[in-house]
Design a protein around this ligand. Structure first.
Ligand code: PGA
Ligand code: ZN
Length: 434
């Protein structure tokens, strides 16, 4: 049995230049591994608390020295000698030690860093890659990636209200061919934008972030780019949107502040999506199509479009098993976005994935807009056989790290590797046809 001998946290920077934590776990036999914690910008209100120092003299208050000290002090003391292979017991202990319902005392950043670092150390201890250590022999499904090729909303200084316009190469025969299709489309999009005189600088998640004429123009540009790259929209490559509507929902209305300053009621917002899907059948999924506080809007959206496309809950479910279970009861969404740092432990994250499976909901693992070179989510996607992941565009090192990790996993699995594109396509294509 390998026990936790030492935990050491370090304040590092994320992809936006904001502080975050790297946690290294050392086991009693000397084996060690490190995990780095991501950070969101368009966060759900009920996410577990990311502990920041608030000392304006350092990083504008965003320092994480207190969270670091919690790992190096109180947490280390409490879990010293714990069996590194008993993740459930470790995560339970971390939650109890924190003692708050949202990890506000020790910080979800501190707790997740420890939870993941120990999982990685346990894998290294068995000489296994993380996906095999967590998922066993059957872990061989590489997910269909959603590439966020055009960034707006809180992730870009542009006049686009919607946050993410993604492409997913579901029709590719393998993960690596899907990655190629996406990279080629990304380059084609660059030349489409260039020709039209648009800026081709990228946003937080590596997608382009130009000033455009409307919230729909990105869709037209992306469809043009897919064709230009030699692929068929709606078949080889489908579209996914994350408008992140919680960011512009205020006092019961959706306010299109960044574009034309128009307003929509929840009913109008649902009608907007219905109309958009009628005109763009290439759209495969919509995440946070209505806001986290718009409960009735979510029910209406699900009733109206839940039989046709994937409706993913991110800000509303916040990867929280209790909140997710209630949402399912209330008839909200048909899929969940999974972000480890929204809840703060690996065990609770896996519980959400299990709840989704038991209830026929889709589950899509996700990065955050603030990332590091940590690739744990790629391994977790394969371990849990999730079938879909969003982790940015085919640019920026912290996004590419995850996509390259899948190439390594695909190579390592050899003939055992399966690509989830076709099964995801079939599942939702049937729903669209029905
Ligand atoms: P965030 O955005 O990481 O900035 O919260 C991602 C998302 O809304 O899905
Ligand atoms: Zn989202």
């Amino acid at each position: 049995m390998s026990e936790i001998a030492k935990l050491e946290a370090l304040e590092i920077l994320d992809s936006r230049g904001n502080p975050t934590l790297a946690v290294t776990a050392t086991l009693s036999n000397g084996v060690k591994a490190t995990a780095k914690v991501p950070s969101g910008a368009s966060t759900g209100k009920r996410e577990a608390v990311e502990l920041r120092d608030g000392d304006k003299a350092r990083y504008g208050g965003k320092g994480v020295l207190n969270a670091r000290d919690h790992v190096n002090g109180e947490i280390q003391k409490a879990v010293h000698g714990f069996d590194a292979n008993n993740q459930k017991a470790l995560d339970k202990k971390l939650c109890e030690l924190d003692g708050t319902p949202n990890k506000a005392r020790l910080g979800a950043n501190a707790i997740l860093g420890v939870s993941l670092a120990v999982a990685r150390a346990a894998a290294a201890d068995h000489d296994l890659p993380l996906y095999a250590s967590l998922g066993g022999e059957k872990a061989n499904l590489i997910p269909a990636p959603w590439f966020n090729v055009l960034n707006g909303g809180s992730h870009a200084d542009s006049n686009v209200d919607f946050q993410e316009f993604m492409i997913s190469p579901v029709g590719a025969p393998s993960y690596s061919e899907g990655l190629r299709a996406a990279a080629e489309t990304f380059h084609a999009l660059k030349s489409v934008l260039h020709k039209k005189g648009y800026n081709t600088g990228v946003g937080d998640e590596g997608g382009f972030a130009p000033q455009l004429k409307s919230n729909e123009e990105p869709i037209e540009l992306i469809l043009e780019a897919i064709q230009k790259a030699g692929y068929k929209p709606g078949k080889d490559i489908v579209l996914v949107l994350d408008p992140a509507t919680s960011e512009f929902f205020d006092d019961g209305m959706y306010l299109f502040e960044k574009s034309d300053k128009s307003r929509m009621s929840p009913v109008q917002m649902v009608d907007f999506w219905k109309d958009l899907l009628g005109r763009y059948p290439e759209i495969w999924a919509i995440e946070d199509g209505v806001a986290e506080d718009d409960h009735a809007g979510w029910q209406l959206l699900t009733k109206t479009l839940g039989g046709r496309i994937q409706l993913i809950g991110d800000d509303n479910f916040v990867t929280n098993p209790t909140i997710f279970r209630q949402g399912i009861k209330d008839g909200i969404a048909n899929a969940i976005l999974i972000k480890l740092n929204q809840i703060g432990t690996l065990t609770e994250t896996l519980e959400c994935i299990q709840i989704a499976r038991e209830n026929g909901y889709g589950a899509v693992i996700s990065h955050r807009s603030g990332e590091t070179d940590d690739t744990s989510i790629a391994d977790l996607a394969v371990a849990a056989g999730m079938g879909q992941i969003k982790t940015g565009s085919t640019s920026r090192g912290e996004r590419i790290a995850k996509y390259n990790r899948f190439l390594e996993i695909e190579h390592e699995l050899g003939t055992k590797a399966r690509y989830a594109g076709a099964s995801v396509y079939d599942r939702w294509h049937k729903a669209v046809k029905a």
